[in-house]
Design a binder for this molecule. Structure first.
Ligand code: ZN
Ligand code: ZN
Length: 561
């Protein structure tokens, strides 16, 4: 076989052998399941668009906020309330502010937070810094106002008051500001570039989910509303809002669709420390001494993060073949399902039905180790018996199992029947008389013999009679003489193989003897794979040996190994 000799295996192809069941039930089930699988594959291909190649989006963002507000006796324009952010794809709009003006680096009382309040200089430690403090303590306890004393610090004075931001927010009107988001995307695989601004855009439009979903100009109040938040609440402490731009582009000519979809949600946690704020300062030089003075701003506002994601898709036949190919294995489920159904039927007591009996016989083929089995056949039993080694008693008394699947007794009886076997022949007469003469030598009958013709032996595997129950020996039957012993027939069979065989050769007896054993096995067992594991009963063996004896009478017997 190919496994052992690989060069030969290169010139072989092993195809799978199937068992075909003619049945409306199973055939119908197969058709139904196959159709279901085919339909499912079709649906999956269409729903998940597995016929298209995909590519991730590459994107760049530009934003410009517009709007002017008048509050706190002051005009707030773009330069005032939009502060450039470090992060890419983000913009910030100020909504609230705490301003501390005219700060100079000097000594002044700390803002009265619990740890800074003192009664005497002893409570203040020189040089110490609290995590909440604005400066370095000088060691003195001074009046912050008429009633409260706090530790003096060296800091930017006066220190910023640690108050809550103003409510309502200073720049609450910024909800009417608008932002234009220019988003340029590119799908490198398809070399396709597009901008989120439609060519026929009405520049005075404002985004609305329902009426103008493609307009790239957004009112800040609408964004917050879409994110299900309240602008005036959020304006007090600020927050972070995500503007999601989702591009799901079908680039096939016949179904072309490549428009962005906008989504909005709040990113910072509303429950735990909500808000977004930071500080910055504007510095001035005081004349004439050149001392530095600053105005400190603590600003609250909304940071907008623009997140772009999406996929481009385009039909690709290779992708389609690849995906369908990978799903072809689903058809294997059909066979598995039917196998399971048959298995369930088999196990649920239906095994007595002729269908399952026949199915099991066809389905499984047992491979036995030839060294561990022997086959025996009795003339008074219709079946062949399989006996497994090692033997603990005589072969005749060893229990075996009935062989059902492989062997059909006498299956090719016609093939081995020499038609002219009944012809009387001088040689045959001679052989028979010689055999009968030699039978007189058998001194006593072994206890395992039921036919009265077997000879004693020490080997368990040779202790086999031609029958199970007492009765006439098979060697006395006319057919045994004709099929097995007939020299005329055996000569013909030898010549059939080798027409120029010298029948007068000295060693011709060995060939005749072995052919006779073979004839017996074919007659009693039929032909099968493990022909040489069939045991010839003692009586037959000796009858054949007597008819065609070996020169030195030293017989090898049944090869046990
Ligand atoms: Zn016997
Ligand atoms: Zn016998």
């Amino acid at each position: 076989m190919g496994v052992c000799s690989w060069p030969e295996s290169l010139t072989e192809y092993n195809s799978v052998k199937y068992i075909r069941i003619h049945s409306v039930t199973w055939g119908g089930l197969r058709c139904f399941l196959s159709a279901t699988v085919a339909l499912s594959i079709g649906c999956i291909v269409l729903i998940y668009r597995l016929y298209q190649e995909t590519d991730e989006v590459n994107s760049s963002i530009r934003t410009s906020v517009k709007g002017v507000a008048y509050t706190d006796n002051r005009i707030w324009d773009t330069a005032e309330y939009t502060i450039p952010m470090q992060a890419v794809n983000s913009f910030f709009v100020m909504t609230n502010i705490i301003k501390t003006e005219n700060q100079i680096e000097q000594r002044c009382p700390e803002y009265p937070f619990p740890k800074a309040i003192c009664s005497s200089d002893k409570s203040c430690e020189k040089g110490s810094v609290d995590i909440n403090s604005h400066g370095i303590q000088t060691g003195r306890c001074v009046y912050y106002n008429a009633t409260v004393k706090t530790c003096e610090v060296r800091a930017w004075c006066p220190v910023e008051s640690m108050e809550n931001p103003p409510d309502p927010a200073v720049l609450r009107h910024s909800e009417d500001f608008t932002v234009l988001i220019k988003n340029n995307i590119h799908f490198p695989k398809f070399n396709y570039t597009v901008l989120n601004i439609p060519q026929n855009l009405n520049t005075s439009c404002t985004y609305n989910k329902n009426t103008s979903p493609h307009c790239p100009i957004f009112r800040l109040g609408d964004i917050i509303q879409e994110a299900k938040e309240n602008f005036s609440e959020m304006a007090v402490k600020g927050g972070i809002i995500a503007i999601e731009i989702n591009w799901d582009c079908n680039l096939d000519r016949w179904f072309f669709n490549c428009h962005p979809e906008y989504g909005f949600r709040r990113l910072d946690d509303k429950k735990i420390k909500p808000g977004f704020q930071f500080r910055y300062a504007r510095y001035y030089k005081l004349l004439p001494n050149g001392k530095e003075q600053r105005t400190l701003f603590k600003v609250y506002g909304i940071r907008f993060d623009v997140l772009v994601f999406g996929t481009g898709r385009k039909f690709n036949p290779i992708e389609l073949i690849k995906n369908i190919g990978s799903m072809m294995s689903y058809f294997g489920l059909v066979a598995t399902a039917i196998e399971i159904a048959i298995c369930v039927g088999n196990c649920s007591g239906c095994c007595k039905s002729p269908f399952y009996r026949l199915y099991n016989r066809k389905k499984t083929e047992t491979v036995l180790n030839p060294r561990q089995v022997m086959y025996v056949s009795y003339v008074d039993e219709p079946h062949v018996t399989l006996i497994k080694k090692p033997l603990k008693t005589s072969l005749q008394h060893t229990q075996g199992s009935i062989v059902e699947s492989d062997l059909v007794k006498f299956d090719d009886a016609g093939g081995c029947c020499p038609s002219e076997a009944e012809e009387n022949d001088d040689n045959e007469e001679y052989a028979l008389t010689r055999a009968l003469r030699q039978e007189a030598f058998s001194p006593y009958l072994p206890e395992w013999c039921c036919c009265g013709k077997c000879r004693p032996t020490q080997e368990y595997h040779e202790q086999l009679c031609c029958r199970r129950k007492e009765g006439p020996c098979i060697t006395t039957s006319q057919l045994f003489q004709q099929l097995v012993l007939s020299r005329h027939a055996l000569n013909k069979a030898l010549l059939y193989k080798d027409p120029f065989l010298d029948l007068t050769d000295d060693r011709i007896n060995d060939q005749l003897r072995h052919l006779a054993y073979k004839q017996y096995v074919r007659w009693r067992f039929g032909s099968f794979d493990l022909e040489d594991r069939a045991v010839v009963p003692s009586c037959c063996r000796w009858k054949i040996r007597d008819a065609y004896p070996k020169a030195d009478n030293n017989y090898t017997g049944f090869e046990t190994e």
